[in-house]
Write a protein that binds this ligand. Structure first.
Ligand SMILES: *Cc1c(COP(=O)(O)O)cnc(C)c1O
Length: 352
């Protein structure tokens, strides 16, 4: 606290990112990073940017990258907005498209950055409880609102909402923006991008941090009709005209274009996820069905916080959320390599 702070800063409750410990030899399963490296073509493209041209500003509109993303999704470049990680894209979406008279809606258990943006931009919100089995019930969102946002699959539960349900939500909610945060959709879900042409209020956000193994590059994007993208650009150009540096633009494009590589690492993660779920269930864990690169699991006889701490003593880091109380028994475990998951299962065998 300082008397030099603005009133806004005094009132903020910032997001707390998962820990990035500086220790070596950790089994790091806490922040949903990809255990495999990015495509070799990404490394090549990023290296090529380490050149004299760094004295020049990057393309403020990331035209080549947006064209590559558009081609990948079968949309036009005017339907693509890129940002410094999808967190930045989401921040702009809150400011540009979700700040209205009425409160916005999102699940009570969801990505904990959403309420932080609401605090920063002074956006009213109402948390809609998930069902007993941690599912999003679309009917609960068919009520007047200033906007709707949730991840699909949801985080930190991993539960996937069927595309038909998302379409039902859009059909029943024509008057406000619906943001579907597809940070984890590449691990087995059906994307809502195909609905963008028919629903002018739909914005789909994506990140290269998880499925493309590029959390360190900071690239995310949104797809929506041009009028929504224009709103995001108006905020972007009132904040930072160069959110993606030369490395990020070149590396992200190379990754999007190396489809075979990225699909192969996603398939590996999904295979390991199936194995991990089976092995944890064999240890007595209840594991929610996951469409993501993490699983959300609880053991009926173990305290979540204590279990996370005991794993930590064995150099295995998973994520535990104290709040809300309903999820305190759970651990969120990133799907790592087979060897990392073996280490986790061996430690849990000793503990449970
Ligand atoms: C990881 C994550 C993001 C942020 O991704 P970045 O592109 O790394 O900023 C957004 N939404 C959800 C639900 C996430 O889990």
């Amino acid at each position: 606290m300082s008397r030099y702070w603005s009133a806004v800063v005094h009132g903020l409750t910032p997001y707390v990112p998962g820990e990035q410990p500086k220790l070596a030899n950790l089994v790091k399963l806490n922040t949903n990073e990809n255990p495999y490296g990015p495509s070799p073509k990404v490394i090549e493209a990023v290296r090529a940017e380490a050149a004299d041209t760094l004295r020049l500003y990057p393309d403020p509109n990331s035209d080549r990258l947006r064209a590559g993303i558009a081609a990948y999704h079968g949309v036009t470049p005017e339907q693509v907005f890129v940002g410094n990680g999808s967190d930045e894209v989401l921040a702009h979406a809150f400011m540009a498209l979700l700040k209205h008279e009425r409160a916005i809606l999102f699940p009570d258990i969801t990505y904990s950055f959403y309420p932080v943006y609401c605090g920063l931009y002074e956006i009213g919100h109402r948390a809609v409880p998930l069902t007993e089995s941690f599912e999003i019930r679309v009917d609960d969102y068919l009520t007047p609102n200033g906007g709707i946002i949730f991840p699909n699959p949801n985080a930190p539960t991993g539960r996937l909402l069927a595309l038909g349900e998302i379409e039902r939500l859009l059909a029943g909610n024509p008057d406000s923006v619906v943001v579907i945060d597809e940070a984890y959709i590449d691990f087995g879900g059906d994307s809502a991008v195909g609905l963008v042409a028919r629903y002018p209020q739909l914005l789909v956000t994506r990140t290269l941090s998880k499925s493309h193994a590029l959390a360190g590059l900071r690239v995310g994007y949104a797809i929506g009709q041009p009028h929504l993208v224009e709103a995001l650009n108006r905020v972007k150009d009132s904040f930072n005209s160069y959110p993606l540096d030369r490395f990020a633009q070149a590396g992200a494009l190379a990754s999007i274009e190396d489809r075979a590589y990225f699909e192969s690492i996603c398939a590996k993660v999904v295979r390991t996820r199936t194995r991990l779920v089976e092995e944890m269930e064999a240890l007595g864990f209840e594991v929610l069905p996951s469409g993501a690169n993490f699983i959300f699991a609880r053991h009926p006889a173990q305290d979540g916080a204590a279990l996370a701490a005991a794993l930590r003593d064995r150099s295995i880091i998973v994520r535990h959320f104290r709040n809300p109380a309903r999820i305190a028994p759970f651990l969120r475990v990133t799907v790592g390599t087979d060897a990392q998951c073996d280490a986790l299962v061996a430690a849990l065998k000793a503990l449970c």
